[in-house]
Design a protein around this ligand. Structure first.
Ligand SMILES: C[S@@+](CC[C@H](N)C(=O)[O-])C[C@H]1O[C@@H](n2cnc3c(N)ncnc32)[C@H](O)[C@@H]1O
Length: 283
């Protein structure tokens, strides 16, 4: 797409600027309606609309083009997205691995780049598991695992009311409402009200999941697995995550075995999003 986009633009803007037109961008949505999300480098300010219109001309399902206007920030991990061209209604139905997710990227966290990680987790889940998904967003992890395993049950806790409302709608759209229970609220407080233990707990909040280990670990069954996400420097991918997890397991009287280490995605040349899977053992 990027090469064609550049050739589509040739003649309408200076060649030196065409060379800095983004090589790739995210597309969220379906074949019927999608939005493109781009990071425009400095220098393209006066040409963003032209580029956005070229994208919509070339890929007919893209009805809106949004520019990243901030880093991900705040508790909801959303970013400012500026409408450059197209429809101001940016709500879409995103299709992935046999699941559908309704969402508006301007109000919730969602990354189409993480489909592989969702698929990896869904295949790691075993039939019959009882799963707690903290920081569940619009529901991709619990829905993906419940769709794949008919007898898996999941509790999904999310703080952003927009994301929670989409999750409620998405569990119905995917016909898993009888097995996925979305709960609106702060993991720290909601977790205290849960009355059972879990075979697996997911903590997909790389910037800050460690602050909630003290509420997560006591909810794990003996032999249960914690899927813990963390931002890590490239020269020590798993050390800090292992130390943080071990400390909380041990202080709760549990032993820990690390059963998997995964590089999920690269954030910058020096930082990665990683996952470590920690199995609990009573000592
Ligand atoms: C990195 S996003 C992941 C969302 C989702 N799991 C996904 O993969 O698309 C983290 C999510 O955690 C939510 N969140 C942050 N702090 C929270 C808290 N204390 N309790 C519940 N949810 C929280 C944010 O609103 C955001 O939707």
């Amino acid at each position: 797409m990027s090469r064609e986009l550049r050739s589509e633009l040739r003649g309408s803007m200076p060649d030196c600027l065409i060379d800095i037109v983004p090589r790739s961008f995210d597309v969220v949505g379906s074949k019927q309606k999608a939005v493109a999300i781009l990071e425009f480098p400095e220098g393209l300010e006066g040409h963003r609309k032209l580029i956005a219109e070229a994208i919509m001309r070339m890929q007919k399902n893209i009805v809106s083009v949004l520019a990243k206007a901030s880093a991900r920030e705040g508790e909801f991990r959303t970013r400012e997205l500026e409408l450059i061209a197209g429809d101001p209604d940016t709500e879409v139905l995103h299709k992935e691995s046999g699941c559908v997710y309704r969402l508006d990227p301007r109000t919730v966290y969602f990354s189409p780049r993480e489909s592989m990680e969702r698929a990896r987790i869904a295949s790691a889940v075993k039939d019959g598991e009882e799963v707690l998904v903290m920081f569940s967003g619009v529901g991709p992890f619990p829905i993906c695992m419940a769709k794949r395993h008919e007898d898996v049950r999941a509790t999904a806790i999310e703080l952003n009311p927009h994301a929670h409302n989409y999750c409620v709608e998405n569990v119905h759209l995917n016909r898993v409402a009888d097995r996925v229970e979305p709960i609106l609220g702060d993991v720290r407080f909601v977790s205290r009200r849960l009355d059972r233990l879990y075979d697996r707990i997911l903590m997909p909040l790389p910037k800050g999941a460690y602050k909630f280990l003290d509420v997560a670990v006591p909810l794990l069954k003996d032999g249960g697995v914690l899927n813990f996400y963390h931002w890590a420097p490239a020269d020590d991918l798993y050390g800090e995550a292992e130390r943080l997890v071990t400390k909380v397991f041990n202080s709760g009287g549990l032993g820990v075995e690390f059963v998997d280490h995964v590089r999920v995605s690269q954030y910058s040349p020096r930082y990665w999003k990683v996952r470590i899977d920690a199995k609990a053992h009573s000592t």
